[in-house]
Design a protein around this ligand. Structure first.
Ligand SMILES: [Zn+2]
Length: 123
């Protein structure tokens, strides 16, 4: 067991760090990946690149999974390539902010990938 905050290792059976009171985890990797939450799924590559651009400028860490076999990530069988699809993950702590960015993008730019025009609601 290990504390995700100060990285102190504890023996099995302890569930909180004596120093910081953090809940202990088995592996640090698990903590990092569990901090990602799904933001959206899209088949719109234009929206995806605009979203990635906005998230980057807003300082929101994100992960994009994209391809034609996304169901395999959920252990669902496929019998060949599926339609292209992308899934966007963001850091748990910034999910709300990312959601706002996504909604603004969808409201102001639902049908076009045009990036040069004015965006209502974006300042
Ligand atoms: Zn600690």
């Amino acid at each position: 067991m290990i504390c995700p905050e100060c990285l102190t290792e504890y023996r099995e059976g302890v569930d909180r760090c004596a120093d910081c009171g953090e809940k202990l985890v088995d592996h640090i990797e698990e903590t990092l990946s569990s901090q990602l939450v799904s933001l959206t799924m899209t088949t719109d590559a234009g929206l995806l690149s605009a979203l990635a651009d906005r998230l980057e400028r807003a300082g929101v860490p994100y992960v994009i999974e994209a391809g034609t076999a996304l169901p395999l990530l959920d252990d669902r069988p496929i019998d060949g390539p599926q339609p292209w699809n992308a899934r966007v993950w963001v850091l748990d702590a910034l999910h709300e902010r990312a959601q706002e960015i996504l909604e603004r993008l969808q409201r102001g730019d639902a049908s076009t990938t045009e990036m040069s025009g004015p965006f209502p609601g974006v300042h």
